[in-house]
Write a protein that binds this ligand. Structure first.
Ligand code: NAD
Length: 297
């Protein structure tokens, strides 16, 4: 029989992931501090809990998909949290992007109560979550990874065991360096071409087929064409990741000059009130600098 799953954090990513787990035949008990997505998931066949503690009490394996380190600490270690409801043998799969150092700390804390944890952040965006094609990068005990692999396979396509707890998080931070810089490079390129009078769609078609082509350009293509930047992945969350990256760079002695510059651009987006925009919206800053608008007018 399939394990009973608990799922905490049913936002942009968590909601479609729960739907894929239901489709794969898992019973899923969900909780989020915001009720709206829970109603939709109940209609799709999930059961709704009234606290994180209840999720842990009634599940064999709990998955968390929360914004940042403090949310994971609160949901797992806080009052009425997962650890309060946990029994020895419970498995905790944190799929959020958080500080790898915090992952190690939380894993050590839950281990005292016989709970084993993996850090398993994902890449692939909302589209990847909906289609079940996420790339999942996993840290923790290999035996636990082997046990829960079918669960990862229900939500993702590229599933990579990296090493000990926290190592999934470090790979995810590396991923976020590449995505943030790539989106900024795409933004500069499209603004330059637009100001030169080039047709945007033709330019994107040509770029996509060459070495400059990327998953970012492919997935965000319509955002640029439509000049529409609803998330997707919010600027606020990518800014959070850029700060985690800079912290990691500082503690490991790795200068990250280009990431530092891009972080400031994301900071500027937030100052301008665009924190809830999709991260491809970094192009709006470059447009302002060049006094030109890309895409649909
Ligand atoms: P989101 O803000 O849409 O969802 C997070 C959910 O967690 C919200 O519904 C919120 O109410 C809930 N939450 C917060 N604190 C809680 C608590 N204590 N208990 C229960 N629920 C709580 O964010 P998202 O876009 O789904 O991202 C989730 C994680 O996945 C983040 O770490 C993000 O960096 C990462 N991620 C996001 C994307 C993306 O494209 N959106 C892609 C890859 C990774």
């Amino acid at each position: 029989m399939k394990e009973k799953l608990g799922f905490v954090g049913t936002g942009i990513m968590g909601k479609p992931m729960v739907k894929n787990l239901l489709k794969a035949g898992y019973p899923v008990l969900c909780y989020d501090i915001v009720p709206e997505p829970l109603k939709e998931l109940a209609a799709a066949g999930a059961v709704v809990a009234s606290s994180n503690k209840e999720v842990a009490e009634k599940s064999d394996i709990v998955i968390t998909m929360l914004p940042n380190s403090p949310h994971v600490e609160q949901a797992v270690l806080g009052t009425n949290g997962i650890l309060e409801g946990a029994r020895p043998g419970l498995l905790l799969l944190d799929m959020s992007t958080i500080s790898p150092i915090v992952s190690q700390k939380v894993a050590a804390e839950v281990a005292k109560r016989g709970v084993k944890m993996l850090d398993a952040p994902v890449s692939g965006g909302e589209k990847g979550a909906i289609e079940g094609t996420l790339s999942i990068m996993v840290g923790g005990e290999r035996a636990v990874f082997d046990q829960v692999l079918p669960i990862f396979q229900a939500t993702g396509k590229t599933i990579t065991y990296i090493g000990p707890i926290g190592s999934g998080g470090f790979v995810k931070l590396a991923n976020q360096i590449i995505v943030a810089i790539n989106l900024t490079a795409i933004a500069e390129a499209l603004v330059l071409g637009t100001k030169a009078g080039i047709d945007l769609e033709l330019m994107i078609n040509a770029l996509s087929g060459g070495l400059a082509g990327s998953k970012c350009l492919e997935q965000k293509r319509n955002n640029y064409l439509q000049h529409a930047f609803q998330p997707g992945f919010k600027v606020d969350l990518h800014y959070k990741d850029l700060n985690l990256i800079m912290e990691a760079g500082e503690s490991l002695g790795v200068p990250l000059p280009t990431t530092a510059l891009v972080r400031e651009l994301f900071s500027a987006l937030r100052v301008k009130g665009r924190g809830q925009m999709d991260h491809s919206g970094v192009i709006t800053l470059l447009e302002e600098l060049a006094s030109v608008k890309v895409g649909k007018t």
